[in-house]
Design a protein around this ligand. Structure first.
Ligand SMILES: Nc1nc2c(ncn2[C@@H]2O[C@H](COP(=O)(O)OP(=O)(O)OP(=O)(O)O)[C@@H](O)[C@H]2O)c(=O)[nH]1
Ligand SMILES: [Mg+2]
Length: 192
């Protein structure tokens, strides 16, 4: 069992300097379940703050995985329409500054809502990450809210879009489904 410890919080690109251990980042639309997934992986509801209203996480949060020695990184969500354009631009600049030229970023866990058809911003992010040659670990979130048939269909859709060899991880923060599988893939990606 790995332990997660909040190690650093960055609100601006300048605050990102000086992090030189391997990292696995969690990206996805606002409200898709990134912070809940951190809590499920860490086995505690108190690690990352979650909210039913989108736009909760506004900083980049680094969680040290012990005893492994790499970080899981919770990113602010994209596509949150209700905040100001200036604020949205600030977040996307922060996310880009984080991803671009980060040689320690070993993979991006891309969270996708299992109830929704692929959204334009999801496709944009996956193309961006792929264009940088960073591996993507796709995860279908909130699977407890879906019927098996729907899960199979959306899983196939994303496999085709991303050209995957193995299907996305079907995950639920509510039931813990997919937790062990995701840990396995994260450890495999983060440790050489
Ligand atoms: N039923 C169900 N609800 C979930 C699951 N994961 C997250 N939620 C709910 O979805 C809402 C958003 O979850 P968060 O984890 O805060 O989402 P986020 O991606 O961190 O959102 P931002 O920080 O705004 O980008 C909360 O009300 C969670 O309780 C899940 O697996 N099942
Ligand atoms: Mg969050």
């Amino acid at each position: 069992m790995y332990k997660l410890i909040l190690e650093k919080t960055a609100y601006t690109p300048a605050q990102l300097s000086g992090i030189d251990i391997p990292q696995i980042a969690l990206a996805g639309r606002s409200n898709v379940g990134k912070s809940s997934l951190i809590n499920t992986l860490g086995g505690s509801k108190k690690l990352a703050r979650t909210s039913s209203s989108p736009g909760k996480t506004r900083s980049i949060n680094f969680y040290m995985v012990q005893p492994s020695g790499f970080s899981l990184v919770d990113l602010p969500g994209y596509g949150y329409a209700k905040c100001s354009k200036t604020e949205r631009e600030k977040w996307s600049r922060l996310i880009e500054a984080y991803i671009q030229d980060n040689f320690q970023l070993k993979a991006v866990v891309h969270l996708l809502d299992s109830r929704l058809e692929p959204q334009a911003l999801d496709l944009e992010l996956s193309h961006y990450v792929q264009s940088l040659n960073i591996p993507i670990l796709p995860v279908l979130t909130k699977s407890d809210k879906c019927k098996q048939k729907q899960l199979t269909a959306i899983s196939r859709t994303w496999s085709k879009i991303l050209g995957l060899n193995c299907p996305p991880v079907v995950f639920s923060a509510k039931t813990g489904a997919g937790r062990d599988k995701l840990w396995e893939l994260i450890i495999e990606s983060a440790t050489p």
